[in-house]
Design a protein around this ligand. Structure first.
Ligand code: FSO
Ligand code: SF4
Length: 552
């Protein structure tokens, strides 16, 4: 196996990456190899999707399948080998379908059809064991390759994984776009070619950032069309007596289905992790049995789910071993999520979850509520913008910090709590992603009625934060980098990588990422990114804060 895609990857002087029998996340070498094989097959599908498009052939089912299956290879998404094999086999079927359609169209027009080697021709073996024997051809560090080239390829591939995940989140809400799909296939196919062209790879990384900006806009449209615009909302973060279902991950459509199907059944529904922002959408406010948020970010789930006396639904990333907390019989996976032996729900029927929740004890008592305020996404931010501008002009607000991204296990991540606590009182903090749980239950007060902590939403709601920055830039008639705005991103996995690429592709400079640099970025690449974008890794709070305030 070779996997270096997340922040907890194994780092050694001999080279970074999980490459033994198991990754730090618990992913077995066999699962990792099957994921690489799946990616290889998907690149073959995309290569023929590009060719087919040249002949006017577009298959929307295949267009949505590729990013969805690619999503299954993100960190902490799918650990189930059988499902991964199923996706790879489906990819082969689709590839052959496109290939035949393309070749027939060429024949009809008297054109020589191009034969795509490698990913375009590999036929999957019949058994898992034989597939694993095939897998070395698909390893991400295959062949003799300079480490900087490999690093750039991985920056692109891992970034594209993040974009694929957001494409799938958008698709669930009926949002697809043929141009985005075409560009996605083109990049996917290009990455299958194992390019050694530094400029081309670098430009592709920026292209992925731009592509993702459009994907996040599409997802934003999907969410706000389906559920309305988030509005500032008070949320209880303590337990409520009664039978219970906990919904985690990013897919709010699943939350809606669960709320509809639990109505009148005497079950309370709680959000967890990245589902917290759902509580701010108008569409969910009519459900009185949606009672609040339970727990915090993904890395604490083994403790939190173990203590949750009800059923748990994992709608998307991030899942970790449910056997550790002994709740594997009451957690359910959805969509591309998978864990061997855990019940997986296809279709829209959640009765298995409901039956499980009814069979469990539920919470026996109410806790004294602890209220936090969320819901400062695009519309709410724009509504507040004139007051914010006024307060900037009269000097009450001097600085903006965006502190967000992913949360994670490492002790160094207390940096983000300390930073949020240390920013000057005359600054606002925007936050998003599950990284917010490092400080979102603390009290930050307000500046002339504007809460100092503004929870923008999920990691993909970076789109909303970007809209605010663009609006402020217009009001103050300056470059985005001249705003008194500092961005500090906590990164863990590939969604954060693509959000970073989006920000870089929009020309945002001097972003800090932490708690450590991605393992796939070599020293040379990190230097180039620092020179071109001022991108750097976090150091300590006092030093970074001083530098950020001086730069402003
Ligand atoms: Fe977190 Fe996981 Fe949203 Fe990520 S739950 S770590 S960036 O998948 O997607 O913020
Ligand atoms: Fe290692 Fe992260 Fe890959 Fe898991 S996802 S194998 S921890 S790099």
């Amino acid at each position: 196996m070779f996997c270096v895609q997340c922040e907890q990857t194994i780092k050694t002087p001999a080279g970074n990456g999980c490459s033994y029998s198991q990754g730090m996340c618990g992913k077995l070498a066999s699962t990792s190899d099957l994921q690489d094989l799946l990616i290889y097959m998907l690149q073959g599908v995309s290569a023929y999707a590009v060719k087919a498009r040249e002949m006017g052939i577009v298959d929307s089912n295949i267009d949505t399948f590729v990013p969805k299956a690619f999503f299954s290879t993100l960190t902490n998404v799918n650990f189930d080998d059988d499902r991964l094999i199923g996706y790879a086999q489906q990819a082969q079927t689709y590839r052959e379908q496109l290939k035949t359609a393309y070749e027939t169209a060429c024949q009809e027009k008297g054109i020589d059809a191009v034969v795509i080697p490698a990913q375009g021709t590999l036929n999957l073996a019949a058994s898992k064991l034989e597939m694993l024997e095939q897998a070395p051809v698909a390893l991400l560090n295959r062949g003799e390759v300079h480490e900087d080239i490999l690093g750039l390829r991985l920056l692109c591939l891992y970034g594209l994984k993040g974009a694929a995940a957001y494409m799938e989140h958008a698709r669930v809400l009926d949002q697809t776009d043929a141009d985005i799909a075409a560009e996605f296939h083109q990049i996917m196919a290009f990455l299958g070619e194992d390019s050694v062209d530094v400029d081309k790879l670098f430009n592709t990384a920026m292209q992925i950032g731009q592509l993702n900006y459009r994907v996040m806009a599409m997802l934003d449209a999907g969410e706000t069309t389906a559920f309305g615009h988030p509005e500032p909302t008070e949320v209880n973060t303590k337990i409520v007596k009664g039978k219970a279902i906990l919904v985690s991950g990013h897919d709010m459509k699943d939350l809606e289905l669960i709320l509809q199907q639990t109505e009148g059944k005497g079950i309370n529904v709680f959000t967890h992790g990245e589902m917290l922002p759902a509580l701010a959408y108008p569409a969910f406010k009519k459900y009185s049995h949606l009672v609040g948020n339970f727990g915090s970010a993904w890395q604490n789930q083994q403790k939190e789910f173990a203590n949750f006396p009800g059923a748990v639904v994992m709608t998307s990333n991030c899942i970790i071993d449910p056997n550790v907390g002994d709740y594997s019989d009451r957690i359910f996976t959805r969509s591309i999520v998978g864990w061997p032996g855990v019940s997986h729900i296809e279709g829209d029927d959640f009765s298995a979850v409901i039956d499980k929740a009814l069979s469990l004890e539920g919470f026996k008592y109410d806790e004294i509520p602890h209220i936090i305020t969320i819901g400062f996404a695009r519309n709410a931010l724009m509504a507040a913008a004139p007051t914010v501008v006024e307060n900037v002009k009269n000097g009450a607000i001097k600085h903006f910090f965006l502190i967000g991204g992913c949360d994670g296990d490492k002790a160094e991540r207390s940096y983000f709590t300390d930073l949020a606590k240390s920013v000057p009182d005359d600054s606002l903090i925007l936050t998003l992603g599950c990284g917010k749980f490092k400080f979102n239950k603390l009290e930050f007060g307000d500046i002339n009625g504007i809460p100092r902590l503004l929870d923008v939403g999920q990691c993909n709601d970076a789109y909303s934060a970007i809209q605010l920055a663009l609006a402020l830039k217009d009001v103050f008639e300056c470059d985005i980098n001249e705003l008194p705005l500092s961005l500090v991103l906590s990164w863990f996995e590939q969604k954060a990588i693509v959000v970073l690429l989006t920000l870089l592709s929009l020309g945002v400079k001097n972003i800090r990422t932490g708690p450590s640099a991605p393992g796939f970025l070599t020293e040379n690449l990190a230097n180039i990114l620092e020179q071109q974008f001022g991108l750097r890794t976090t150091t300590d709070v006092a030093t970074d804060l001083k530098a950020m305030m001086t730069a402003a």
